[in-house]
Design a protein around this ligand. Structure first.
Ligand SMILES: Cc1cc2nc3c(=O)[nH]c(=O)nc-3n(C[C@H](O)[C@H](O)[C@H](O)COP(=O)(O)OP(=O)(O)OC[C@H]3O[C@@H](n4cnc5c(N)ncnc54)[C@H](O)[C@@H]3O)c2cc1C
Length: 383
């Protein structure tokens, strides 16, 4: 991998634009953002560095989760990770289709995920169903030929440039909450699907509201069995979470050390201590990742310590971006091209709070730590 990277020597001008850690479009032009993301995906795909943990039969390399983590670290080191707009397809939809999809679905969708031709989004959360996802209310009723969907999704990252959405919908009103849900593939360009971007304080529109009004989904776009959506999706999501938000994809060690030079000039002692603490956290977070991948490699499920890692990451990113902005002093107020460091520290500072919500809020992680690691009594609100 290193040899290939050294050979290709990725020119920053061809790498995906990264205005913020989570991959929001930021103040970039949306078209340019997607084009650059795709162009780099093509380079990675040609060299078979995409979907490496997918089986060979489906275009991957059959790599272990640990090997995939190592690969991500190497790419992250030089800012060459695939754009986060492909994350849902590569880390959630692909593995879900490989495990539960039919042959025709795999043929239709998998290769276009690897090449970056088709972007996917996740249509799970709703205004009244987030932490408690089993409360999903979007209904799918079987009409004469197709499923007909009605409801609203929210927080749907990347829906504005997605070709397909993987939706969790209620197909059975009679069965218990978790049992009446199914996973369907929604055509994001189809009739009855309206995407409304939500503007964030970063200035970007990373996520959206999605309104489904009599949107139609054919039978062959149901993944796995009808009413088995919860079981299908939860395994994939649990595995996916162990890979999300690795610290190295936010800040490289080199970048943090580069900050050290400025810390010397702007404040010395106390700030140096904070920087050391941030670097220490980056390393601890890496060990949590390695522990999780070791468990997955051995065929186990993600350990409860993944929740500690998620809490640590949210805290680490906040502290690091606070420090970066502080070190820039008044210049930190300038944003965008031409600003010091292109305003990256500012955009990270504004983006950091999302980590306390996305992928399970801090409170939900605290509940998991309390119950599964400390053995405290169960959370009553969570049921
Ligand atoms: C940047 C970003 C991107 C996202 N992308 C997607 C996406 O692509 N697709 C998608 O479907 N979703 C996405 N989400 C949604 C995300 O998964 C939810 O926001 C998250 O699960 C929380 O749900 P909620 O917002 O409905 O908050 P709620 O569940 O309503 O929680 C509100 C508050 O109550 C607290 N709370 C809730 N339950 C408990 C409990 N049992 N014990 C203690 N406290 C509790 C929470 O911690 C929180 O502080 C994204 C979110 C963000 C921030």
């Amino acid at each position: 991998m290193r040899a290939w990277l050294a050979d290709v020597a990725p020119d920053p001008a061809v790498l995906p634009l990264r205005p913020s850690g989570s991959g929001g479009v930021g103040d970039n032009d949306e078209g340019e953002f997607v084009d650059r993301a795709r162009a780099w995906q093509v380079v990675l795909h040609r060299a078979q560095w995409v979907g490496v943990s997918w089986p060979r039969a489906h275009g991957g390399r059959g790599a272990t989760p640990m090997q995939e983590l190592i690969l991500r670290e190497e790419l992250g080191r030089v800012g060459a990770l695939p754009s986060p707009i492909f994350h849902v397809g590569l880390a959630v939809v692909g593995p879900t289709l490989i495990a539960h999809g039919g042959g025709a679905q795999r043929d239709r969708f998998l290769s276009r995920i690897l090449t970056g031709d088709e972007i996917w989004c996740l249509l799970l959360s709703e205004p009244d169903a987030g932490s408690d996802l089993a409360a999903v209310r979007t209904r799918a009723e079987h009409g004469q030929r197709d499923w007909v969907l009605n409801g609203q999704k929210v927080w749907s990252s990347g829906a504005q440039f997605s070709r397909w959405g993987l939706a969790l919908v209620r197909t059975n009103q009679e069965k218990a909450r978790h049992r009446g849900l199914s996973c369907l593939v929604v055509d994001m360009h189809g009739a009855g699907v309206e995407v409304r971007p939500l503007r964030q304080m970063t200035g970007g529109t990373e996520f959206n509201e999605v309104f489904l009004t009599d949107a139609s989904v054919p039978d062959d776009h149901v993944i796995g069995e009808v009413d088995q959506g919860w079981r299908i999706l939860m395994t994939t999501l649990a595995n996916e979470r162990t890979l999300t938000g690795i610290g190295a994809s936010w800040f490289s060690e080199d970048e943090l050390l580069g900050l050290a030079g400025r810390v010397e000039r702007r404040g010395g002692g106390a700030r140096r201590g904070r920087l050391a603490s941030v670097l220490g956290q980056l390393e601890i977070e890496r060990f949590f990742d390695l522990a999780a991948q070791t468990a997955l490699n051995a065929g186990g499920s993600p350990p409860a310590s993944s929740s500690l890692k998620k809490l640590l990451l949210a805290n680490f990113v906040r502290q690091a971006s606070d420090l970066g902005l502080e070190v820039q002093g008044p210049f930190g107020m300038l944003a965008g091209k031409g600003a010091l460091d292109q305003g990256t520290w500012q955009s990270r500072f504004l983006d950091a709070p999302h980590l306390r919500i996305a992928g399970g809020t801090d409170e939900i992680q605290h509940n998991i730590v309390a119950e599964r690691i400390l053995g405290l009594p169960p959370d009553l609100a969570g049921g």
